[in-house]
Write a protein that binds this ligand. Structure first.
Ligand code: DI6
Ligand code: FE
Length: 409
């Protein structure tokens, strides 16, 4: 095929150092004097320049990376990016002593974002979200998961998910959508959580699934949100509709959300500050990824850390994400997320980098398509002006991205 780039539609990034992040490779899967070739948006070669078959490079548009590092394009596997307004006012309240739970019980919290989102049009939501998406993209992000959960009725959940899908038309980035209707109780539910869960399971999920608006289903299992039994009803419906599940689990208390998620074969269970050993063991057995979210931990000044050591011991894969949301993590930097995971939770450089590439892809069920530099995967790359990968984790508030490639472009 003759494409825009090179006579054969083939592009070659050469004279680079690769952190392939390949599954099973030692550490970061480093390749010195490396090259990556891509055709039609897919990687056809990733390895040393010396070993690259001559036929692969023929006719390619070659880009000299001048010794720069290439990693997989970054993946933010847990965001609530679509919302209207912000909650800087609650931040101010908390700074003079109120806790997140107190703010929530006083009618602030998620419900105040629900009011703002319901008042916004779909286009308005897209316009308000794009600057946040652009901040992620500016750091080399090529895939973003976006949850609903501030609509909390059929029309507004659909509006959120349509706005999320539209982000992927407005920008060169892969968007995965998640229906988080079981996020909080809307005011019109008048305190009846079971009736609201009925609405989610009987009406919202089937409609969202029928319109193909969601790639997965999530929920908030917590004292201030929904019980494990209520979440199980949501998951039963998701499974019946053929949608994979994930869960906000054990963030503020241990309701054994990790085990619930594992029981349903969840792609990931996220937060996990209060998860115990039984939870970690269940996740390992089910292949459920641990979604570690240091932004929320930091922002609400949580003190209980997620049990990273237990996850290592049980070989639970760990992903890292921003949890970008207006209430508990107004964060749009995966680089800063890595620094927080290292500094606050003691995650290593290798764990941090895997957490925003390979393991984030796994947490989205996309590991066959992206997340590592390997032939057959999407040519999603981030090219960095750094001397060693640790710099990506080490700095705070500095962006050394040289170029971002999404699907070969
Ligand atoms: N856990 C969180 O940290 C966010 N949602 C959730 O289930 C908070 C979202 C918000 O406060 O708006
Ligand atoms: Fe979240």
């Amino acid at each position: 095929m003759v494409g825009a780039n090179g006579k054969s539609g083939l592009r070659l990034w050469r004279n680079a150092r690769l952190a392939t992040m390949a599954d099973g490779a030692a550490g970061l899967g480093i390749v010195e004097k490396g090259a990556i070739a891509a055709r039609d948006g897919l990687i056809v070669y990733a390895g040393t320049e010396a070993d690259m078959p001559a036929s692969i490079g023929q006719g390619a548009e070659a880009i000299d990376c001048e010794g720069r590092w290439i990693t997989p394009g970054l993946i933010d596997c847990h965001t609530h990016l679509v919302y209207a307004g912000n909650r800087a006012n609650e931040f101010e309240m908390r700074l003079v002593g109120a806790t997140y739970e107190e703010v929530a019980r006083a009618g602030g919290g998620i419900v105040s974002s629900v009011k703002s989102l319901r008042a916004a049009s779909e286009s308005d939501l897209v316009a308000q979200t794009l600057p946040r998406l652009d901040a992620l993209i500016a750091e080399g992000v090529t895939t973003v998961e976006v949850k609903s959960g501030y609509g909390l009725d059929l029309e507004n959940e659909k509006k959120s998910l349509r706005a999320a899908r539209r982000l992927g038309e407005e920008r060169p980035v892969t968007i995965r959508t998640t229906c988080l209707a079981a996020h909080a109780l809307p005011p019109e539910a008048k305190g009846d959580k079971d009736a609201f869960i009925d609405l989610v399971a009987a009406t919202i999920l089937p409609a969202v699934a029928a319109e193909g608006l969601a790639d997965a289903v999530d929920g908030f299992c917590e004292g201030i949100a929904f019980s494990p039994e209520q979440m199980a009803r949501v998951f039963d419906k998701a499974k019946a509709l053929g949608l994979p599940v994930k869960l906000h689990a054990d963030q503020l208390s241990n309701l054994h959300g990790a085990e619930l998620a594992a029981r349903y074969g969840a792609l990931s269970a996220d937060h996990l500050e209060y998860t115990d050993e039984a939870g970690a063991a269940a996740m390992a057995k089910a292949g459920t990824v641990a979604g570690i979210l240091p932004g929320a931990f930091y922002f609400i000044r949580e003190t209980k850390k997620p049990p990273v050591e237990l996850f290592r011991r049980h070989d639970v894969k760990m992903a890292l994400a921003t949890d970008s949301n207006p209430g508990t993590s107004p964060l749009t930097s995966l680089l800063l997320t890595m620094n927080m995971a290292a500094t606050l939770f003691g995650m290593t450089v290798d764990e941090c980098l895997a957490g925003i590439t390979r393991e984030a892809a796994r947490a989205l069920g996309l590991l066959h398509k992206t997340g590592t530099l390997e032939a057959g995967k999407s040519a999603d790359l981030a090219i960095w002006d750094i001397e060693r990968p640790a710099e990506l984790v080490y700095r705070m508030g500095f962006n050394p991205l040289h170029a971002r490639i999404w699907r070969g472009q």
